[in-house]
Ligand binder design. Structure first.
Ligand code: SF4
Length: 345
């Protein structure tokens, strides 16, 4: 399906080689983070001397806004702001404000909540709809060990409370579960958020990037975790909100809310994957486990027109065939895949 008209008012949906439409755009606004989570940005790799992107290498807010306009033309309805840690990018609320000019856009953000207490009101007023918080344990020692910068749980919980207070809800809480590290904390997490209105999701430890030392035996299959939770708090599966939803939804039988399981390792969901990712320096990655991206920044900065960029994006998606989770092996886990901190989860 060729992109002919330059009339950006009429959407030009594109489908990939498996008939999947482009719907979700995840935008990393920085490769930096103030945490060093061991499964994402291990300190041994991201130490004091690590060369992060220079400010001039980052897409500006105007460039991001322009690209979002073009992606919307191809069907994007949902934008998730990520990082690294997006709240370390200064004045992020200005970008949110620009993107929120289109009220039809579902605008959300994923954060470690370290700066959320200070920023929640600004983000809400700028037009952010919802928020997802990463929190891997309520156990102080365990959490500090996992974020590896000694950051206290209390400050994350204070950020969640403030986000809830200003109306950035329902809040989703993402817990990456690693066997022998924090899986024993899963039931306590469920107990804490049960009945709160927030939606706790358990994420299977994934072989993202090539620096987190992933091994299959560190993975707790979601089915196993669901059984553990069910023993204490009876749960049952419930209907997805939409096709392509990442988390498998379950609810507490006593009606006190829902939880989710994101099972990229044991229950691949590539069949309905409608997601693409934009790195902080303007490259498109069509899969979380991609080994290479396509550069859009040089087009933006060399005077290419929206139509030209639009054609490039359409072509990237049209030729997409990603299904990494369906073909994952111990060998593929060793591939030099792009780091999650570079393109967002
Ligand atoms: S592995 Fe890639 S194609 Fe599959 S669901 Fe994840 S991002 Fe989509």
């Amino acid at each position: 399906m060729a992109i002919l008209s330059s009339d950006f008012s009429s959407p030009a949906m594109v489908a990939d080689t498996r008939g999947r439409h482009l719907r979700d755009l995840r935008i990393s606004v920085t490769d930096r983070c103030n945490f060093r989570c061991t499964y994402c940005m291990p300190k041994e790799v991201y130490g004091r001397d690590f060369q992060f992107l220079e400010r001039s290498q980052l897409l500006s807010f105007d460039e991001i806004n322009r690209l979002v306009g073009i992606f919307k033309h191809h069907g994007v309805e949902k934008v998730r702001i990520t990082g690294g840690e997006p709240l370390v990018r200064r004045q992020l609320e200005r970008l949110i404000e620009m993107l929120a000019q289109d009220p039809s856009l579902d605008l959300t953000l994923t954060t470690n909540a370290s700066l959320l207490k200070q920023k929640a009101r600004l983000l809400k007023d700028a037009g952010l709809n919802r928020i997802t918080v990463s929190l891997d344990s309520l156990d102080e020692a365990m959490f500090r060990a996992m974020n590896d910068v000694d950051f206290p749980v209390a400050k994350v919980l204070a950020g969640i409370e403030e986000a809830d207070r200003v109306g950035l809800n329902p809040i989703k809480i993402n817990m990456v579960v690693k066997r022998g590290v924090n899986d024993c904390a899963a039931v306590d997490m469920a107990r804490h958020f049960k009945g709160s209105g927030h939606i706790l999701r358990f994420i299977e430890f994934m072989d993202v990037g090539h620096t987190n030392g992933w091994q299959m035996e560190h993975v707790v299959p979601s089915r196993e975790l669901a059984k553990r939770i069910d023993k204490v708090f009876p749960i049952e599966p419930t209907q997805p909100n939409y096709i392509g939803e990442v988390a498998e939804r379950w609810r507490y039988k006593d009606g006190s809310g829902e939880i989710g399981f994101i099972s990229s390792v044991t229950q691949a969901f590539c069949r309905d994957c409608t997601r693409t990712r934009l790195s902080a320096e303007g490259s498109v990655y069509t899969c979380l486990f991609a080994t290479r991206g396509s550069d859009l920044r040089s087009l933006l900065r060399s005077g290419a027109s929206d139509e030209q960029i639009s054609d490039v994006i359409a072509n990237i998606w049209r030729t997409r065939s990603d299904n990494y989770s369906e073909v994952r092996t111990a060998e593929t886990a060793k591939l030099r895949k792009v780091e999650m901190s570079y393109i967002g989860g």
